[in-house]
Structures are given as structure tokens and as C-alpha cells.
Design a protein around this ligand. Sequence first.
Ligand SMILES: C[S@@+](CC[C@H](N)C(=O)[O-])C[C@H]1O[C@@H](n2cnc3c(N)ncnc32)[C@H](O)[C@@H]1O
Length: 207
Amino acid sequence: MNSASEFEKQVNVSRETLARLEAYAALLCKWNPAINLVARSTLDDLWSRHMLDSAQILSLAPKDTTSWVDLGSGGGFPGLVVAAMALETHPDLHVTLVESDQRKSTFLRTVIRDLGLNAKVVSRRIEDVSDIQAQVISARALASLGQLFDWSEAFLLPKSVCIFLKGATVEKEIREALASWSFVAEKFTSKTDSQATILKIGEIQRV
Ligand SMILES: C[S@@+](CC[C@H](N)C(=O)[O-])C[C@H]1O[C@@H](n2cnc3c(N)ncnc32)[C@H](O)[C@@H]1O
């Protein structure tokens, strides 16, 4: 899938949402040579590898979700895609993107401003943020599951869920995380990569 129209066939979005995502894609392609937001080799497949991969997680969030934190957002995946789609489906949802790289943060703020998204960027290291909690915490391509739990702990509310996009090592990561954490995980096969798993995790507690 290398175009917005193919994306549209897989995800039910309005014309306005698709136009927002196209504007985001155009900004990403413009900025990418300078600050390497995504691997250059994946740009030809932007709509599947990045847009659809990110889009598939919004429907996993509880319907009443109003607060979402995306850790290590990089070029905005999945957080910016969630924020762009949420304007249509979750109008009260606010997304916080935590990204320590200053140039990537500038890019993220530019997209948020240009697209009018209900989102903000916290340009600090995740481990230094202690004043933000959210109902959903997401991350993609950031760290092992155990490290993600360590980082997510400060952001958790009593009923928060974590939605993490994981690769082929997911079972090993779950086994290792169980040494320090108890949790209930639902697994979903990714629509974009049969080797990838989306974890929706609740009831997270340190043991
Ligand atoms: C491999 S990239 C993945 C980006 C994006 N989530 C994606 O899937 O395309 C990891 C991102 O996390 C950021 N990052 C890594 N460690 C971090 C930390 N401790 N605090 C904040 N950001 C961090 C990096 O700057 C980088 O942009």
C-alpha cells in the first residue's frame, strides 16, 4: 500500500481525516531528509508501514477515552495518527506526545499546529516526566516490554490501559516482564505485519 486511497479502503475515515493525514504525510516527506523521522527505506511504504500501523490501535481504546500519552513518538507514530483520527471519532481526546529529541519535537509541534490537532508535545526524557497521567499509554519501536512498564508506571491511572506495538520477540518480552509485573494482556495480530502483535494491557501492577 503506497497511497492514501489504499489506506482509505482499509480504514473507515472521513474525507477530512484523510486530508489531515495526507497533509501530515506531506510534511513528513518534506522534513525527513533533514531529521530522519522514519527510515528512508520505509518512505515508499509510508501509508502501510506507518499510517495504517498506527491507525489500527485507536479502536482498541476504551470509547470514553479523553487522555492519551504516546511515549517516544519520533515522527509521530502512533500518536499523531491517533490525534488526527480522533478529531472525527473521539472529539474530547487529548494526546500528549513525549519525545526528547528537540528537532523531532519541533516537527511534531508543526504538524499539530498546521492540522489543528488536540495534542501537545512534551520535549523531555520519559523518565523525567512525573506530572502527566492518561487513560491510554502507547508506544511503538521504543523499548522492551519490561522497560515500557517501568516508564509507563508514572503515567498510569487506576484503569489505564497500555497499547504497545511489538515485533517477533513479544512472547519472550512478556515472559521477562512477568518477573517484575503482573498484568492482563490481550493480543491482536497487526494488519500490516503478520510477525507483529499489538498488546492491549490492563491491570498493571509491580510485583
Ligand atoms: C525508534 S524511534 C520510534 C519512533 C516512533 N514511535 C515510531 O514508531 O516511528 C524511538 C523514539 O523515541 C525517542 N526516545 C527514546 N528514548 C526516549 C526517552 N527516554 N525519552 C523520550 N524519548 C525517547 C527517540 O528520540 C526516538 O524518536
